[in-house]
Design a binder for this molecule. Sequence first.
Ligand code: ADP
Ligand code: MG
Length: 567
Amino acid sequence: TTQTETYEFQAEARQLLQLMVHSIYSNKDVFLRELISNASDALDKLRLEAFRNKDLEVEIDDLHIDLEVDRAARTLTVRDNGIGMSRDEVVGLIGTIAKSGTAELIQKLREAKNTDGAASADLIGQFGVGFYSAFMVADTVTLVTKKAGQAEATRWSSDGAGTYTVETIADSESVPHGTAVTLHLKPEDTEDQLHDYTDERTLRDIVRRYSDFVTWPIRLETEKTEDGKTTRRWETINSRKALWARPKDEVSEEEYREFYKHISHDWLDPLRTITVKAEGTFEYQALLFLPSRAPMDLYYRDAKRGVQLYVKRVFIMDNCEALIPDYLRFVKGVVDAQDLSLNVSREILQQDRHIQLMRRRLVKKVLGSIKEMMADDRGRYDTFWREFGRVVKEGLVEDPDNRKAILDIASFASTHHSEDLTTLRDYLDRAKDDQEHIYYLTGASRSVIENSPHMEAFRAKGLEVLILTDPIDEFWVEQVGEYEGKTFKSIAKGEVDLDGTDDDAAEQEKADEESFAALREWLGKTLSEHVKEVRLSNRLTTSPACLVGDTHDLPPALVKMYQQAGQ
Ligand code: ADP
Ligand code: MG
């Protein structure tokens, strides 16, 4: 029995679809990359499943992705014989968007929509909408799928408006496992030779441009007419070369870029490409990328992080967290190890000695590469730090072994310049020879900090102060202690000994102490519930008084956090 049910897209999915249907993204060709990438994932999953589950009775010797064209009907089908989906999975995976940050994305898209189409495209790119991009070129999309090892096949269909239908196919037995996505192409594309997706040349070009390195064969049914006789045959149209295994100088920038987009689901170019090749007793290769834009979900707990893990060219898993620490969670890429078991699981990975070794090396490589970028391409480095600096600073707390390396690549706002950030090296170069501290002040914003009374004496003396406004700053600055022998010192805490106080000043201080003793005593009594101590200060120039924390007090932001948490 077949039963067709109509479902509504989840609200957020519907809004995203809308944007696709009225395509704001100028490069529609990428829909094919998205569908091929899904097919490729499905083949990876099936191979892995067949490997782990010996009871699964499926043929995995001939896994491939087929592109089928019906010119008369104006349809293009992308077919894989991969893992497939159950009926429930179709509803769950295709009908909803389960990603963190979707609401924010839609909000931002709304804001950008009326003003700037390019900005919207960027936003979508950061998010990666995958399957839905089919609606940029199709009026109707039909998906037929059967999960490997199951009997029931499902048909899903939608015109990208509010609803989709799902039915169980009556003759499920005749459907092979895997997924076929059929696009009923929009009519207006007919005149456009370059974007006629029923045209063999067009499809070849797009596949070569975006999906050449996909490890599975992408096949196109081609026609050849010889001596008046027409024959049709399947031809593999991608070269299938694993990019990370090829020598660096044989790979073009464009190939790296497209590969990055393939694995990251980002539509923007990467900021930097990092290649790693380890030889010797434990061999592996890595190809890593720094994105040029922070993803929407960078600060979400459940966001996907980590790199792809391959073992001897066989895809093992996505989002392998064990290889990359949390504070470098934005790094994308592939690690291919020679001597790991294909059977590794996430649990085993955490403890594996080889993985630990690789991780340490990859961290060094990434930090080193950022340092290089700082030296050879300051503009790019600035972009990087603006997008990811906050996350990298988490490493100062998380990864004490690499503190120095992280401080070397960090930059901070400071009183030296109203906009440009400074490195600690530059701060120290500007500091007076006898300055023992790196002065800083934490706070909610630059203007709050600049207007703080604590700042007055420092400004008067021409002492540079770092302006730290990220929540994470409170944490690391407490723990890190020093940089190149100079200690970090909050100008809001304890006694600040402004270097160079001379003897005259000391005598003046003594006299002041005496003449203000009565006032201090009175203030101390009157404010006894609120302050520990009232003392004279040389840190103010125009304000009469300010509040100062004890050297060992919790930072104000932490106090606030604890209070909010009810402690
Ligand atoms: P993403 O690939 O980023 O997860 P997509 O929108 O491209 O997002 O796809 C959503 C989900 O639908 C996939 O994660 C996958 O589970 C499922 N899916 C899509 N295409 C296929 C396919 N060809 N075979 C199996 N599952 C698929
Ligand atoms: Mg996808």
